[in-house]
Ligand binder design. Structure first.
Ligand code: WTA
Length: 653
């Protein structure tokens, strides 16, 4: 039996199910299951109704227009995302409500109301305009989790300049490539970011990157850590000096629904990250609707999405969704184990957090650390829990439900992707009976299916490719500068009407979806998407490496761990020093998240007769499975050799 097969058998034998607690159901935002039928009968009417929750300066001419695979939503409609996230709440008298309860890693804190946030956004928006940024110009953002990060995103949205946020844990080279692909005019960064008591030198990285970024005209630096860094006159500006001169109001750009809101780079199956393109009207409609209904948002809630704004989860559920719904959110800058392993629980107690949204990898780390850390704090304010990013194993789900949720908080397991923009498969917590390990069923107005190799729907009980068979408002409109790759990646396999997610899935007899992980060469390491090819490119970029193949193996903590098979050029030896050097090199090219957990030096790699590396075999080797069919191999003996070597290689860390 294959690994996923074994997993799914285990999952399906999980008989536990959890109907919504009565007290929760009685107060839920969505209580009537008829919403599924109504939305299913007329997707467009459903989404138009959701769009009606936003403020439009001009109503759309058409809800959806489709020239598959291309689609538009709310064409002809005009709106500005920041007016929806800020101005309309302030105008309605909600300016004093807290937008962000921010916690710095060293223990400092800030409380920012909607009124203050609007002023901060306007000042920076004016500053960007004063530097010559106009509608359509791209602005790169490379920051830690400080309030200036959402402020910078919103300032861009205010003036119609698409932002491209690069996760602060990425290296200078990764930043450089993303800036150059987007041809950004301005970069917003900070002197540093706090991480486990250390300063991550963001500005120094940014300087290294920008040296090779001809499009960058200005660099704006937030002072956060007070660390020293060089200043380039004419190009560099202090954030606080720039905004000090600016008025606290700023005319918002009137945006068309299909105008770009942002780009966000994510890994695909090649070495070059894809700039995922999100537009304004459909995206905002869906992030607001999913946030309100799935997280059951009430006015008094304190919502904590513990992701980083560098990933799509932060874009949709720290910034745009919660702010559009006038929600109070928590933002935390640092590591969960700093200064101790109870940091999150102390934040929940301090701010009386009612909804927590995080990733299975974090939950597994907390499980490993033990119940004494959450046990030290009062978590009774929590009423709903969520997860995202990878399949959650039932044990982790049940731990989350029991230890963190006190057996009273529904757990919403939400499936979606950078490309989908918003959650597509998830429970509605007041309606859905939960099954640990299943993301349950598609959100109202979403049509998902599981199909076989031929594209035929697989009957309930079977597994195959997860596909979406009807467009949804927040779908990525294209890949920046590469429309062909967009079509090729998502709409080639089963034709232009069917979006292929790249995940395997199985539906049980009740029609519940069980996600089985990626079926392409994309890995999911600690909730971060990485492509095998990207890491292979980083390895062969080292002058001593002849060839490299990267696969993943299951890991208790991170979901998947990275295993690299490396052939060195003659004259070099695969010793401990080389291992350290290569791991350091990958960190430099991509970032610490891409560092291989194991590196196995081999004299050759298994290849087909046409020269293609047989990753499938290497995956089997890395996972200790018995070897599959090797008859198509040109060099079959090498697999046995590698297999023997793996058993002698200790797991790193
Ligand atoms: C995986 C993150 C199982 C999946 C929002 C998807 C999940 C990829 C879940 C997207 C879930 C995300 N259950 N798998 N609830 N949520 N995934 O683009 O493989 O960083 O294709 O977006 O994460 O990762 P991305």
């Amino acid at each position: 039996m294959s690994e996923p097969q074994r997993n799914i058998e285990a999952l399906l034998s999980e008989r536990r199910s959890f109907p919504p607690p009565q007290a929760f159901r009685d107060r839920a935002v969505v209580r009537d299951p008829a919403i599924y039928e109504t939305a299913g009968a007329d997707h467009e009417a459903f989404w138009a109704e959701q769009a009606g929750h936003l403020r439009w300066s001009r109503i759309w001419d058409s809800v959806m227009e489709r020239d598959a695979p291309w689609v538009t939503w709310f064409k002809g409609g005009h709106l500005n995302a920041t007016v929806n996230c800020l101005d309309r709440h302030v105008e309605a008298g909600g300016g004093d409500k807290v937008a962000y309860l921010w916690e710095g890693e060293p223990g400092d804190a800030r409380t920012i109301t909607y009124g203050e946030l609007l002023e901060d956004v306007c000042r920076l928006a004016n500053a960007l305009r004063s530097l010559g940024v106009r509608k359509g110009d791209r602005v790169n953002i490379y920051l830690g989790m400080i309030p200036e990060l959402p402020i910078a995103m919103l300032a861009c949205a205010r003036i119609g300049a698409p932002h491209s946020v690069v996760f602060g844990g990425f290296s200078a080279e990764a930043l450089r490539d993303r800036i150059n692909d987007a041809e950004a005019k301005v970069l917003i960064t900070a002197d540093g970011a706090w991480r486990r008591g250390q300063v991550v030198p963001l500005k120094a990285n940014a300087d290294d990157a920008v040296r090779e970024c001809p499009s960058i005209e200005h660099v704006i630096t937030v002072r956060r850590c007070g660390n020293e860094h060089p200043f380039t006159a004419g190009r560099d500006h202090w954030y606080h000096e720039l905004v000090a001169e600016q008025p606290p109001t700023c005319e918002p750009e009137d945006m068309e629904a299909e105008d770009l809101l942002y780009l966000l780079y994510t890994s695909g199956t090649t070495g070059k990250p894809k700039g995922i393109v999100h537009t304004t009207g459909g995206y905002l409609t869906q992030v607001a609707a999913t946030h309100r209904m799935i997280f059951d948002i009430h006015d008094e809630d304190v919502f904590w999405c513990a992701a980083d704004c560098g990933w799509v989860t932060g874009h949709s559920y720290i910034v745009y969704g919660p702010l559009a719904n006038h929600t109070t959110g928590v933002m935390y800058e640092g590591a969960p184990d700093w200064p101790d392993k109870d940091r999150w629980w102390s934040i929940i107690e301090k701010h009386r957090v009612s909804i927590l949204y995080t990733a299975p990898t974090a939950i597994r780390a907390f499980m490993r650390w033990g119940t004494e850390y959450p046990g030290k704090h009062d978590l009774s304010s929590l009423r709903l829990l969520g997860t995202v990013g990878e399949p959650i194993n039932p044990e982790a789900w049940v731990w989350y439900w029991t230890v963190i949720g006190g057996e009273r908080c529904p757990v919403v397991d939400t499936w979606w992707q950078t490309e989908t923009g918003a959650i597509l498969i998830s429970p509605l917590p007041g309606i859905t009976t939960l099954k640990p390990g299943s993301a349950t069923i598609p959100f109202p107005g979403i049509a998902a299916d599981v199909v076989d190799e031929t594209g035929a729907s697989v009957p309930l009980g079977g597994g195959g490719y997860l596909v979406l068979t009807h467009p949804w408002p927040a779908i990525a409109r294209t890949i920046w500068g590469d429309a062909d790759r967009y079509v090729e990646t998502y709409f080639r396999r089963f034709g232009p009407d069917v979006y292929v997610a790249g995940d395997g899935a199985r539906r049980d007899e009740d029609g519940y979806f069980w996600l089985l992980g990626r079926i392409d060469d994309v890995m999911n390491v600690a909730g971060h998407r990485l492509s095998t090819f990207e890491i292979e490119s980083a390895l062969v970029d080292d002058a001593k490496v002849a060839e490299a193949a990267v696969v993943s193996r299951p890991d208790d903590l991170k979901g998947e761990a990275i295993v690299a098979f490396v052939t060195l050029k003659t004259g070099f030896e695969g010793d401990g020093e080389m291992l350290a050097e290569l791991r350091e090199h990958v960190t430099k090219v991509i970032g610490p998240i891409a560092k291989p957990d194991n590196i196995i030096f081999t004299p050759d790699l298994p290849k087909t007769r046409s020269g293609k590396i047989m990753r499938r075999l290497l995956r089997d080797v890395a996972r200790g499975n018995s070897l599959g069919d090797v008859t198509t191999l040109a060099n079959a003996e090498i697999v046995e050799l590698i297999h023997d070597m793996v058993e002698t290689v200790p797991t790193d860390e």
